[in-house]
Design a protein around this ligand. Structure first.
Ligand code: ZN
Ligand code: MN
Length: 130
């Protein structure tokens, strides 16, 4: 594989994501990167995000709400989505290996991993609702 051309735009997307815990969508990344690169297109942001994902530098999450979200934390972990505000937060729990063993016993193929999305009401929405 040839060396990937260094891209300042890709680097700044990576830097932007690095400080985030809120799993931003490509749109949110785009809005922010545009502040430094006013001519960048949403398509370029998408392409760079996909590239970063295939390089294993970011994790892509499908949250069931249509939009893909991006996570700088590439280690396996679970997520929570608030059904009120739609925020996506980390659940600090190492994926349960037992679950994979149980699934493997009931499945002919080869299971390589799993993800889980918990849902309910986030802490902030819970407070606001009181
Ligand atoms: Zn919420
Ligand atoms: Mn996460």
């Amino acid at each position: 594989m040839g060396a990937l051309k260094y891209s300042r735009q890709r680097e700044s997307i990576k830097e932007f994501l690095a400080g985030r815990k809120d799993h931003p969508t490509a749109d949110v990344v785009y809005m922010n990167i545009r502040k430094s690169y006013p001519n960048i297109s949403l398509g370029t942001v998408y392409r760079n995000l996909s590239l970063l994902e295939s390089l294993g530098e970011v994790q892509k999450l499908s949250c069931g709400d249509g939009a893909e979200r991006f996570d700088p934390n590439t280690s396996p972990h679970y997520h929570f989505i608030c059904r009120n505000c739609g925020c996506v937060q980390d659940i600090p729990l190492v994926p349960v290996g037992e679950l994979e063993a149980m699934a493997s016993e009931r499945f002919e193929g080869f299971i390589e991993g799993h993800t889980a999305m918990f849902y309910g009401i986030c802490c902030q929405c819970r407070k606001d609702g009181e």
